[in-house]
Design a protein around this ligand. Structure first.
Ligand SMILES: NC(=O)c1ccc[n+]([C@@H]2O[C@H](COP(=O)([O-])OP(=O)(O)OC[C@H]3O[C@@H](n4cnc5c(N)ncnc54)[C@H](O)[C@@H]3O)[C@@H](O)[C@H]2O)c1
Ligand SMILES: [Zn+2]
Length: 363
């Protein structure tokens, strides 16, 4: 098992336990170092059947009091209706301020459960136990928790850091291949925004990435986690630097909400977003065609989409204007200047972009 730490500016931080079998050891870890008196395990129905009941039984065997609360899987359920339903059930079950949440599942579960933890009785601690590749490398750390409105993604949320993170790569054995690919989109993003060598390694190994297991997979998880945690450590509340993690997401989020959170996985929408935001970087003269082509070639080798679906450019622009990063009515993007490094203007990573230029990349 490896132990990494996400440091925060406050000097505090939280540990990530990474390794095969870590989920089995979660109950004994909580027994020796409790996070709450009792535990509300929040998950979706699919993960409940695969891992939830086992985790619950383990907690009970360790003498811990735990209850499980699940909801139907999928991004279309990442909303306030689900939050209300779960919080209501927790209240009925007597979950109190001295208790804690365990988020067991993918990024949707992590965001819903994290949002519930941040809001329930004005906030209780929570633990992240991610079960998808995407949530292992990205969403389970960093403390951003949010739910969607029908018209805008991740628009209602908090910064609420987990107390501990347990990442068990054995869960990837049951993950459908489309969901594996979705996770690789965020990993490619990590290479583009921060680490040219990592990107080169991904390129060299592209043919076997979807079958990666064991130590090689753990190395990828650790490398992506260290990129994300380094960025979060410097700018947890996204004053500027943390925006680099949103590369591909401004347009990606617009695509997700305009297709009603059903057509694409999050990673697929981000892959399309990386192509389009990469083109925007090209139009702005920030990076060159060769790097954009390398990025897109790797995404396509991972069978990720890069082409914009049949959506009107003006609808996308309207949706982008709702993006949290917009300021003074202008969309803000973080864009690459080469593979492995992001561009800055006047020392800032958040770049205001004229919507007319964005339209140029969409048509
Ligand atoms: N908070 C953040 O910082 C952050 C960062 C990146 C992404 N996100 C969010 O994460 C979400 C996407 O997460 P995701 O891709 O994990 O999607 P997800 O949570 O919807 O999981 C994908 C599907 O896989 C199933 N599943 C989960 N684990 C499984 C397993 N081990 N075996 C078999 N099936 C399994 C789920 O039931 C679901 O149907 C998006 O909502 C995105 O906005 C948040
Ligand atoms: Zn993402």
């Amino acid at each position: 098992m490896r132990k990494l730490v996400v440091k925060l500016e406050s000097g505090q931080g939280y540990p990530i336990h990474l390794g095969r079998g870590v989920l089995r050891r979660l109950p004994s870890s909580l027994r020796s170092r409790p996070v709450g008196e009792r535990y509300a395990v929040i998950t979706d129905h699919t993960v409940r059947d695969l891992y939830g009941e086992t985790v619950l039984a383990g907690l009970e065997r360790a003498g811990l009091h735990a209850r499980i609360f699940s909801f139907a899987p999928g991004e279309a359920r990442k909303n306030l209706r689900t939050v209300e339903s779960i919080a209501g059930r927790m209240l009925k079950a007597g979950i109190s301020r001295s208790d804690a949440v365990i988020a067991l599942g993918g990024g949707v579960v992590g965001d819903v459960a994290g949002y519930v933890a941040a809001s329930y009785m004005r906030g209780i601690p929570y633990i992240q136990a991610p079960t998808t590749l995407l949530s292992m490398v990205d969403s389970s750390i960093g403390g951003k928790v949010a739910v969607d409105l029908d018209s805008a993604k991740n628009i209602i949320g908090h910064f609420w850091h987990p107390s501990r993170v347990f990442i068990d790569p054995t869960c990837l054995d049951t993950l459908p291949v489309r969901q594996q690919r979705s996770g690789w989109a965020e990993i490619v993003k990590h290479g583009v925004i921060a680490d040219r060598d990592y990107f080169g390694w991904l390129e060299k190994n592209a043919a076997r990435l979807l079958r990666l297991r064991g130590k090689a997979m753990e190395d990828v998880l650790a490398r992506s986690l260290s990129i994300k945690s380094r960025i979060v450590a410097k700018d947890a509340r996204e004053a500027d630097l943390r925006m680099v993690l949103n590369y591909g997401h401004t347009i990606g989020h617009a695509i997700e909400s305009l297709t009603r959170y059903r057509k694409y996985t999050h990673g697929e929408a981000v892959a399309i977003g990386m192509n389009l935001e990469g083109r925007l970087a090209l139009l702005l003269g920030l990076w060159d065609q060769a790097d954009l082509d390398r990025q897109n070639r790797l995404l396509r080798r991972l069978r990720l989409p890069t082409r914009l679906p049949d959506l009107s450019a003006s609808k996308i622009i309207r949706s982008i204007r709702h993006d949290k990063k917009s300021s003074n009515g202008l969309p803000v993007f973080a864009l690459p200047r080469r593979i492995g490094a992001m561009a800055t203007r006047d020392g800032r990573f958040g770049l205001h972009v004229d919507p007319a230029l964005i339209k140029g990349t969409l048509t």
